[in-house]
Design a protein around this ligand. Structure first.
Ligand SMILES: C[S@@+](CC[C@H](N)C(=O)[O-])C[C@H]1O[C@@H](n2cnc3c(N)ncnc32)[C@H](O)[C@@H]1O
Length: 411
């Protein structure tokens, strides 16, 4: 059948409004007429496979990666820049509209390609070879990748030695790789424990492939640091931190700088700051280094330890605490003039309801999920906070994900 595509869905599919409701067509663009297979139900929506593009939209461009359309990592390499940025802006605006939150949503600030410093790949040893890459869209199928224009070149050139090292040593699992100042920080998540061959070959592998630390986590075992030729180190501005294996880090240094500049502006003129969901201190450390009193809170004890060590001599205190189960109470929040909030994708519902009851003058909110952000924003505005302009930051390039940042102030 033939369809006219009129808009882009939240996951980057072209959508046709038919008399039977919307039909989602992967890789189709607004303004295109396409031939598709018979639509079928995919979850709650109808979707159809693209057969042929009968009329090509002027906004269609050539994808930069050979794996595009097969690999599920990127969904939007085929759109010209303005349409692409407008789509990301709209993802945020629609999430806010759904919650009835009124705010200006600005055009996204986008990070350049080849800047992603942290990736998580899947691997699977098949009869013929070791597959290493990302999952296909909406599928468990693994797409073996040879390039990734999102990632920094150091991570791309690591694919081949990593594939070779895993071959015959692990059946299936995942690998987290982070680029640090001293080399790559690698964690293998496999079903089996590291065998003798892993231990014997680790020194050659690490030296040859620029690995600073090789860790291994088997299904049942503890995470083991198999070999650490150099201590991994990251810097938040000038402050060095030794991140624990598989720590949270903003996906790109460029994106992190954009977020940090915004967060710092939001804390200017205050003397006591609380950094909730603080990670390894991307925000806390530079603010505390400027002489401010900062209390950093995160559920990860190892990240809090790394942060405390890096912040010695500063007016920085840390606390390991699960903010979903034990948020800071309205009373505890009374000690601070501003809160930085950068929760995981689930958002910060429990903490937000305490902030709503508090007298906290300002909240700087960074989010990687517009839907949970909009829910939390609604609770804060209902409690009397005024929301500032919302600035999307496109640090999940070509995917359907988007980061954002904004400020709330007590009216
Ligand atoms: C999006 S990261 C932000 C980290 C930091 N602000 C940064 O920019 O590097 C979210 C952080 O929330 C932490 N986290 C996740 N669930 C949590 C919870 N229930 N309570 C406290 N912290 C949590 C994670 O350990 C992670 O460090």
């Amino acid at each position: 059948m033939e369809l006219d595509i009129s808009w882009l869905g939240a996951r980057g599919d072209g959508v046709s409004d038919t008399s039977d409701g919307p039909v989602y067509v992967s890789c189709a663009l607004p303004g295109e007429r396409v031939r598709v297979d018979e639509p079928t139900m995919r979850g709650k929506a109808k979707a159809a496979n693209l057969r042929e593009i009968l009329e090509v939209a002027p906004s269609r461009i050539k994808p930069v990666c050979r794996h595009f359309s097969e690999c599920g990592g990127c969904v939007a390499q085929h759109l010209e820049r303005n349409l692409y940025l407008g789509w990301k802006q709209e993802l945020v605006a629609k999430a806010m509209n759904r919650q009835g939150v009124d705010a200006d949503v600005l055009l996204p600030l986008a990070v350049p390609p080849r800047t992603r410093r942290r990736i998580r790949l899947a691997f699977h040893q098949t009869k013929g070879r070791m597959l290493l890459g990302y999952r296909a869209a909406r599928s468990r199928q693994l797409v073996d990748i040879l390039e990734c224009p999102v990632a920094v070149p150091e991570l791309v050139s690591f694919l081949s030695p990593l594939r070779e090292f895993l071959t015959g040593r692990a059946g299936k699992g995942e690998v987290a790789v982070t680029e640090t100042m001293t080399g790559l920080d690698v964690v293998v998540f496999a079903e089996e424990e590291p065998g003798l061959d892993v231990r014997l070959d680790a020194p050659g592998f690490c030296a040859g492939a620029g690995v600073a630390r090789l860790s291994w986590k088997s299904g049942v075992g503890e995470l083991e640091r198999v070999l650490v030729p150099k201590t991994p180190q990251i810097r938040f501005q000038q402050i060095a931190v030794e991140p624990p294996p598989d720590s949270f880090l903003q996906p790109s240094a460029v994106g992190e700088n954009i977020l940090r500049d915004f967060v710092r502006q939001g804390t200017e003129g205050t003397s006591a700051v609380i950094d909730l969901f603080a990670g390894c201190g991307a925000f806390s450390l530079p603010i505390a280094a400027g002489g401010r009193k900062v209390h950093a809170v995160d559920v990860s004890a190892s990240q809090m330890e790394a942060l405390q060590k890096a912040g010695q001599g500063m007016k920085l205190t840390v606390e390991t605490r699960n903010l979903a189960h034990r948020p800071l109470s309205a009373e505890e929040l009374g000690a601070y003039q501003v809160a930085i909030l950068d929760p995981p994708r689930a958002g910060a519902a429990a903490q937000i309801s305490e902030i709503a009851k508090s007298d906290l003058p300002a909240v700087t909110y960074v989010s990687c999920n517009p839907a949970t952000f909009a829910r939390d924003a609604r609770a804060l505005t209902d409690a009397g906070y005024r929301i500032g302009p919302v600035q999307p930051v496109d640090q999940f390039l070509w995917s359907h994900h988007v980061e954002l940042m904004t400020e709330f102030r007590r009216a």
